[in-house]
Ligand binder design. Sequence first.
Ligand SMILES: Cc1cc2nc3c(=O)[nH]c(=O)nc-3n(C[C@H](O)[C@H](O)[C@H](O)COP(=O)(O)O)c2cc1C
Ligand SMILES: Nc1ncnc2c1ncn2[C@@H]1O[C@H](COP(=O)(O)OP(=O)(O)OP(=O)(O)O)[C@@H](O)[C@H]1O
Ligand SMILES: [Mg+2]
Length: 513
Amino acid sequence: MEIDIAVRESDDRRLKTKYKNAIYVIQRAFALYSVDEVAFSFNGGKDSTVLLHLLRAGYYLHKAEKIGCNGDLMDGEIAYPIRTIYFESASAFPEINSFTYETAKSYGLQMEIIRLDFKAGLEALLKAKPIRAIFLGVRIGDPTAVGQEQFSPSSPGWPPFMRVNPILDWSYRDVWSFLLTCKVRYCSLYDEGYTSIGSVHDTVPNGLLCIRDSSNPEGKFRPAYLLADGRLERAGRVKKNSSPPCGQLASVSNGLKSRDLSWHSMLTASIIAVGDEILFGTVEDKLGSSLCRRLHSIGWTVSQLAVTRNDIDSVADEVVKRKSTNDMVFIYGGIGPLHSDVTLAGVAKAFGVRTAPDEEFEEYLRHLIGEKCTGDRNEMAQLPEGITELLHHEQLPVPLIKCHNVIILSATNVAELDLQWDCLLDLSSSNGLLVLMEPLQSKRLCTNTSDVEAAQPLSKLCLEFPDLYIGAYRASRNGPLIITFQGKDQGRIAAATAALSEKVHTGQFSEVD
Ligand SMILES: Cc1cc2nc3c(=O)[nH]c(=O)nc-3n(C[C@H](O)[C@H](O)[C@H](O)COP(=O)(O)O)c2cc1C
Ligand SMILES: Nc1ncnc2c1ncn2[C@@H]1O[C@H](COP(=O)(O)OP(=O)(O)OP(=O)(O)O)[C@@H](O)[C@H]1O
Ligand SMILES: [Mg+2]
């Protein structure tokens, strides 16, 4: 079966685990209900496309097991009989509608088109058919997932049936890993920057995927699978006239600050070092400055470099402060099995979730440290539940951990950080984890001009070049003044340095490497 083979042959262990668990839920449903009693609610969206293929694989494996042929059946030997329901609406995107119909045709789905609202449609359906369970592509994070489990009876007031949610615990990136690994077709709108699709009245492409440059003055969109932060999947769910998709994002419902997130704007990161010893002054933090340089080299701005104690509440407070005002937060220190290693618990607390054993991570650790675990479960494998993504790279013995927009680095020195950073960049080229911006250009001038003489011209220069960062510092109180210029455009930096030497006639300026 092509889906099962594609996942089995992939080296994405997280995907394999998610797939295995989803297939388990599907097989449980097939054990509980007969084929006539189940239906699949399909609407051409990415989540329901994932579910379609999982159901095909699940049904195939269920059948093959029953027949006892160890999965050696040809795909065509098993007809897929699951009833498929589509609530067709006049306000659906035509691309979604045609994709739904074409998919039904390609896979021989028995489609039932319902042109009523969900509740009335389900009432009519259940009256006419013996349906007891309906498969849905609902995922945690969807507004409708609140309070749901993999098997959840329909809500009070709704006709009685079991909602079966095999991909409830899948993340945005799991969905794309599956669709891309299995090389299955998905609706073309996802290649045009749509990341979650409602109706034509409330859905626009996701502004975070907008590219606007001289060759695309109107703005063009990158594909949905390149969205780095799955939390922002629904950022395109806005009223069409209230928010231009490419440029200012008027509001992002999940609490990110309102601000310009266009392609040209800066992406900001915050860095948190966890370590009592740094605060005692006995250990020097070298990772922070190294990470700042690396972020600058990919055009990101670092808004803060904080040091916090090895204490769950201190870590949680710092993460809470930083996660909503930065595109990405990097945290290191306090990772491991020791009493002071509380960083993951702090991150979990910041997101209001508990930590729970992560089977996949545990397996990596077992490869690395054998069975030397503490307690009956390896405490290092306790990760924030439901929000953890493991970032695998062949050069890393253990994957890095990402919780929404917080990346947890396990590096303890600069060499380890270099390796982890290179792996992050490598992963970013395929999955858009970190958006690589044009590197920031910088120039430093050294001058013997006094502070008093330089102060006013520099203030004026800042007003004339608001697109540049212009700063100044001294290495010693009586030594030369160093003036720093930083920005995206080398030409603007050259213009600013020329303007400065015109304003300060008395001083000599020389460039510092
Ligand atoms: C097959 C199916 C079953 C549903 N069952 C329920 C339910 O039991 N309770 C409920 O409140 N909504 C139910 N809904 C409605 C959804 O929760 C949700 O309102 C709908 O998917 C609209 O989402 P949207 O507003 O993002 O388009 C169901 C929808 C479908 C398609
Ligand atoms: N019009 C519909 N007809 C049939 N099923 C639907 C319809 N709308 C929603 N559903 C069901 O609800 C699930 C969740 O819908 P949701 O819009 O969150 O996901 P999606 O459409 O699959 O993907 P996306 O998040 O990209 O829009 C779908 O996967 C599908 O099972
Ligand atoms: Mg949808």
